[in-house]
Design a protein around this ligand. Structure first.
Ligand SMILES: Nc1ncnc2c1ncn2[C@@H]1O[C@H](COP(=O)(O)OP(=O)(O)OP(=O)(O)O)[C@@H](O)[C@H]1O
Ligand SMILES: [Mg+2]
Length: 379
């Protein structure tokens, strides 16, 4: 199973510009998480901070008990070996064919023989659907193939944690669906912890177990997918609907007057350019038949059911509705006995109930009545 990533109170600035502050979340081991957020909110910076390419000023990011913010270069080098990273453009070497690109980390970081390397490279090319393309140069293949080649290269060192920056950028909707399926299949096959940064609403709704969102230098929320997908938080709703109406503007933030003017425009019957109203919990993508179950599914269900009473009522309902009859019986969720618990408003009450909850799993919602777990350990 992949490694847990425990982020606490992380703050990153460049000079006097704070990118985000006090980010606390836990990537549960072996689960798939997506980080959403408008352009420029620091999603890529977050990804780079998690693997120690950028140094946050405050807070910690613990992986296997090592805080990569403060550890030595040597420790960081060791921890980095746990990661596979797909950068936004695939970042392939243009003069190397796909085979050599994918083999590169193995030749660089291991003492494996060429025969061993060949076996691994062909296996990863097969996993990413690039059979027969190994002699092609990056410039000779499509953007979708380049993404998959980048993913193949991210996989060769058997990563426990996979970070993927905008796997869908520049791809058509069909290719994006293939990438979504591939990410779920990968998780099924290697049970790695996966964090995907994306703008893609469809991917965000159907792929991850957990969703987070960065906005206005804060982590607006992070938690089980049902929390975000049923959220009434204006910024989350606006983002999921791709709407102009809401707090997010062209230059990220918007003033009250602009919001009112836009609302009036739409009230007068003008279309706001958004997709249809999307809300609610849609089914998650299943692994390709023949691959078996994702181990993360069962683990996540146990975890989510143990924190169910701390989640907002709509999320509780969404989770409850997704359970099979067997699962309802197992977790003692019956139509008659199940009632969403009241929201924990009083912080004392919250604290007393959070000791056994996977604290860092749900992040704070600013200005929301739904209070959130204090910083702490994961699942
Ligand atoms: N090395 C750097 N030095 C200074 N500022 C930086 C650096 N890297 C990123 N930034 C700034 O940090 C902010 C966040 O950038 P980042 O690339 O993380 O955004 P993003 O959320 O990934 O956006 P997009 O969705 O467009 O990819 C931007 O204002 C950017 O200019
Ligand atoms: Mg980015």
């Amino acid at each position: 199973m992949g490694a847990e990533v425990v982020v606490e109170g992380l703050t990153k600035s460049f000079g006097r510009q704070t990118i985000w502050r006090d980010v606390t979340l836990t990537l549960p081991p072996g689960e798939v998480s997506v980080m959403l957020g408008p352009s420029g909110t620091g999603k890529s910076v977050f990804l780079k901070s998690i693997i120690g390419l950028l140094k946050p000023e405050r807070g910690s990011c613990e992986i296997n008990g090592v805080d990569i913010v403060t550890c030595s270069e040597h420790k960081l080098y060791e921890i980095r070996k746990l990661f596979g990273v797909l950068f936004q453009d695939g970042a392939l070497f243009g003069s190397m064919n796909l085979y050599d690109n994918v083999a590169f980390p193995l030749r660089e970081h291991t003492k494996k023989s060429e025969a061993e390397i060949r076996k691994i490279v062909l296996e990863k090319l097969d996993m990413t659907g690039l059979n027969g393309a190994e002699k092609k140069l990056p410039g000779e293949i499509s953007g979708g193939m380049r993404k998959r080649a980048g993913l193949a290269r991210a996989l060769v060192l058997d990563p426990e944690i996979i970070l993927v920056d905008e796997p869908d950028s520049g791809l058509d909707p069909v290719r994006t669906s293939y990438i979504s399926q591939l990410l779920i299949d990968l998780n099924t096959q290697i049970d790695a912890t996966i964090l995907i940064v994306s703008h893609n609403i469809n991917l965000a709704r159907t792929v991850p177990d957990n969703i987070g969102m960065l906005f206005r230098r804060e982590l607006v929320m992070f938690g089980p997918r049902e929390v975000l997908l049923t959220s009434e938080e204006p910024v989350v709703k606006q983002f999921l609907n791709g709407s102009r109406l809401g707090p997010i503007g062209m230059s990220e933030e918007k003033d009250e007057a602009t919001m009112a003017a836009e609302q009036a425009h739409v009230d007068a019957g003008h279309h706001d350019g958004s997709t249809d109203d999307v809300s609610g919990v849609v089914p998650q993508i299943q692994p390709t038949p023949g691959l078996g179950e994702r181990s993360a599914v069962g683990r996540r269900l146990d975890r989510v059911m143990s924190i169910l009473h701390t989640l907002p009522p709509a999320a509780q309902e969404g989770i409850k509705e997704s359970l099979t009859e067997d699962e309802k019986a197992r977790y003692g969720v019956g139509a008659s006995q199940f009632r969403p618990s009241p929201r924990p408003r009083d912080s004392g009450e919250w604290r007393s109930s959070s000791g056994d909850l996977g604290d860092g799993e749900v992040a704070e919602l600013p200005n929301s009545s739904w209070r959130n777990a204090p910083p702490g350990g994961g699942a």
